[in-house]
Design a protein around this ligand. Structure first.
Ligand SMILES: NC(=O)c1ccc[n+]([C@@H]2O[C@H](COP(=O)([O-])OP(=O)(O)OC[C@H]3O[C@@H](n4cnc5c(N)ncnc54)[C@H](OP(=O)(O)O)[C@@H]3O)[C@@H](O)[C@H]2O)c1
Length: 344
């Protein structure tokens, strides 16, 4: 009898499902008991995830063949897990949902931001928002985690220490986002001639991830968010313009970040005086669970410019989910996540 954590991945043929598989196959405490796909049931997982050839012989099963597991990872389009959650919680002790359905605490926010009524509102209060740097103790105690949106993660982690310590007047988050954030379903905007080479503003105001930023940072109208599609497959660079009521120096900001994140395994403060890699870059964190944070004070205007870089599929999704799993089971928080980036 194995003492490993028996997990199932639901929505395993998608991009986030593939990243969960890549990370969990190397996890010393996890046994992947099932991975589902409706479209590819019975086929080897390497059909959808060819990077795993020679690493696993697993096959996809159909979602209706689920048995019982220790933990379910849900990597489904938003709106799907709320329809199934009452049933899914019966087949597993713990659920880690990577979609948006259980991230917001207030069910009315789903009408406002997603345009539909929540189908399972009684679960909302018990799901913990899965950013370990903010909610480590709650994640350790809970059975249900809602992993944040990718751009939300890239904004909330760098902003949280600042909003705890300073009075903030205005924040503007400008994110550059890679194409894999849109999932594998093609659309007119992802057709290669329409997507390649772009720097495209696709939701200058009112993006859904703003609801998560407001909720977690306790801010409402002081925060704005404008994402852009850029020529990347993986990665997010968020440039965050912070205008504060309080006076501050760069040394204060250093201290604030070191006090909050000095011991964090997956947050790195990146601020060099010279060289080309002075600030965070998505290329350097691709495939890893790091969130790199840099900053500079614009002495002329008093603006604080904060930059953060993550891989949308790792710290922005599957890696953060595995970090939460590790906390829920009390195993090494970095287990399965010890990948380093590539250079050049
Ligand atoms: N991509 C990112 O960077 C990112 C980051 C953070 C969070 N997320 C969130 O993570 C979730 C998955 O994202 P993704 O990018 O992996 O999407 P995706 O590539 O479109 O994959 C979703 C998978 O779910 C399966 N599926 C669809 N509808 C289903 C249903 N009703 N029941 C069961 N399975 C269903 C599909 O496989 P079959 O049709 O084969 O069953 C598909 O492979 C989304 O909620 C997304 O918002 C994504």
């Amino acid at each position: 009898m194995s003492d490993k954590i028996r997990v199932a991945i639901i929505g395993g043929s998608g991009y986030v499902g593939g990243e969960l598989l890549r990370l969990l196959l190397r996890h010393p405490n996890v046994d992947i008991a099932a991975i589902t796909s409706r479209s590819q049931a019975g086929k080897p997982v390497t059909r959808a995830h060819p990077n795993l050839r020679g690493v696993t012989a697993l096959k996809f099963s159909a979602p209706d063949e689920l048995q019982t597991y220790d933990t379910l990872f849900l990597a489904l389009p938003h709106g799907s897990s709320m329809e199934q959650m009452r049933e899914l919680t019966k087949v597993a002790d713990r659920v880690i949902d990577l979609g948006a359905d259980f991230r917001l605490k207030n069910s009315e926010d789903y009408s406002t931001w997603y345009g539909y009524e929540h189908k399972c509102p009684e679960f909302l209060k018990d799901f913990v928002y899965g950013i370990p740097e903010l909610h480590r103790e709650e994640i350790q105690k809970t059975r249900w985690v809602a992993v944040p949106g990718c751009t939300s993660t890239s904004a909330i982690i760098p902003l949280w220490p600042l909003v705890k310590k300073y009075r903030v007047k205005l924040i503007v988050v400008d994110s550059k986002v890679g194409s894999s954030a849109g999932g594998l379903e093609p659309g007119p905007d992802s057709h290669h001639p329409e997507r390649a080479g772009v720097v495209r503003s696709f939701k200058p105001s009112g993006h859904r991830h703003l609801a998560e930023m407001e909720q977690e940072l306790g801010l409402a109208k002081q925060i704005s968010f404008s994402p852009h599609a850029v020529e990347l497959i993986r990665g997010i660079l968020s440039t965050i313009h912070v205008f504060m009521e309080d006076a501050f120096t760069e040394k204060d900001i250093w201290q604030t970040y070191l006090q909050t994140y000095g011991e964090e395994p997956f947050v790195r403060i990146v601020k060099e005086r010279t060289g080309i890699y002075r600030f965070p870059e998505p290329k350097l964190v691709a495939g890893t669970n790091y969130c790199d944070i840099g900053f500079e004070k614009d002495e002329r205007t008093g603006r604080l410019v904060v930059m953060s870089a993550i891989d949308n599929l790792v710290k922005g999704a599957a890696g953060q989910a595995v970090q939460c799993l590790n906390l829920m089971y009390g195993v090494d928080e970095s287990a399965g996540l010890d990948c380093v980036g590539l250079h050049p």
